[in-house]
Design a protein around this ligand. Sequence first.
Ligand code: SF4
Ligand code: SF4
Length: 112
Amino acid sequence: MTYVVTDACIRCKYMDCVEVCPVDCFYEGENMLVINPNECIDCGVCEPECPAEAILPDTESGLEQWMELNSKFSAEWPNITTKGDAPDDADDHKGEEGKYEKYFSAEPGAGD
Ligand code: SF4
Ligand code: SF4
């Protein structure tokens, strides 16, 4: 079992999650983060920290697309362990529908 970042994270990137993860298993893309499912110890502490409610346990249904995305891109993107500055327009995109189709980028973020 693992926790999964969904498209609710796209263009939010508040990064409150990375500070609390005891095993540093978040990875940074250009405009969202993902969790490495092989490294996540399923502690659940990141879930309530995410203001966008983007983090869910994989026991919830309908997460297959995001499971695949987290698995694929956590192997390609750099590790991120320190909270950075959220984009200026992060709040404008909170709760927006269809963010994957509109904004997803496969490009890596800067990491740390
Ligand atoms: S706190 Fe939530 S929205 Fe922000 S980077 Fe982490 S998973 Fe994404
Ligand atoms: S559930 Fe725990 S180990 Fe997994 S990503 Fe969240 S904080 Fe890290």
